[in-house]
Design a protein around this ligand. Structure first.
Ligand SMILES: [Zn+2]
Ligand SMILES: [Zn+2]
Length: 312
């Protein structure tokens, strides 16, 4: 076991309660991230309690916090413009440096985000992945009367389903896996279909592509109504085939979206602090951290939504 480092003046020590396993943790686990330096501790989606605070830290001992796990420089042109999510020097915890899957971690206090009193830990552990969704869904107008298709029901897809429903949209969910469509339906009224059921005239104002698979991305563009938008949330480095004339003639807007800013984190906390916001089905399992092997195996199976490690 690694020793927990000393707390410096600008840092806090956190006793971690829950940690959500994310797709990037799985890529680190499988050795698929070329710039990852092993041995590497994964983890970036955690909630815990401050148990020690450096003299300059504003968080008091006992404060519940989520971790903002993408460090940024604060000085580059993007940071100055408020877009810290595309900072040239940003570093994701658990990928470029050791992550926070541990019982105790020390981090820079500026990345320890206080959670309101009374918000259950099981919700607070969703702040980080949900902030990704909040940031993404700001790209297009989503609300009452707007038809939204969510393609792919990983955690990000399911969180996009939950938020789109909350915003009053008419939601359709598309996934190859019927098990995932069953999970999606527990969020509220919606249509569900498998990709082969999508017809030529199946079109939506907004298509949220959260599968990150070549065929799904290609199909997603075809599903956007003229004048509509596609939000590209799924990640792949594979090349895809688009016919530019289709995008141009139909005035389709395609938005890339990556992580979040501190404001998105605050907005995510606000949504999650509303007990009527139905998001709980996104957690499939909570597993003691000592069973991490089975937790990672289950996460890799693709048959679950979020799997959470309990560090108690
Ligand atoms: Zn994540
Ligand atoms: Zn920067």
């Amino acid at each position: 076991m690694q020793p927990v480092p000393e707390v410096k003046e600008n840092e806090v020590k956190i006793r971690v309660r829950y940690g959500g396993i994310c797709g990037s943790d799985l890529r680190v686990y499988k050795g698929q991230i070329i710039y990852a330096q092993y041995p590497l501790r994964p983890g970036h989606e955690v909630v815990g309690t401050v148990i020690e605070a450096g003299v300059n830290a504003t968080q008091k001992v006992g404060t519940k916090v989520a971790v903002f796990p993408n460090t940024y420089c604060g000085e580059c042109e993007f940071c100055i413009g408020g877009k810290t999510n595309i900072c040239k020097y940003k570093k994701p915890l658990g990928v470029s440096t050791d992550g926070v899957f541990a019982q105790e971690v020390v981090i820079d206090a500026k990345y320890a985000v206080p959670i309101p009193d009374g918000m259950p830990d099981k919700r607070a552990v969703l702040v980080e992945p949900f902030a990704v969704t909040v940031h993404a869904l700001k790209k297009a107008e989503i609300g009452k009367g707007i038809s939204v298709a969510v393609v792919g029901c990983g955690t990000e897809g399911l969180l996009a389903v939950a938020l789109s429903l909350n915003m009053g949209a008419e939601v359709t969910v598309i996934d190859v896996n019927p098990v995932k469509l069953d999970i999606a339906r527990s969020f509220g009224p919606m249509q569900t279909m498998q990709p082969q059921e999508v017809g030529k005239d199946t079109m939506f104002d907004v298509v949220i592509e959260a599968a990150g698979v070549k065929t799904a991305i290609e199909q997603a563009v075809q599903m956007v109504k003229p004048g509509g938008s596609m939000i590209a949330l799924g990640i792949t480095s594979e090349a895809v085939n688009w016919v530019p004339i289709h995008v141009v003639r139909n005035e389709i807007s395609i938005f890339g979206t990556i992580i979040y800013t501190q404001q998105d984190f605050e907005d995510a906390i606000r949504y999650l602090n509303d007990p009527t916001f139905n998001v709980d089905p996104v957690i499939s399992k909570i597993v003691p951290f000592t069973d991490f092997q089975s937790a990672f195996d289950d996460a890799l199976s693709g048959n679950y939504a979020k799997i959470v490690l309990d560090f108690k």
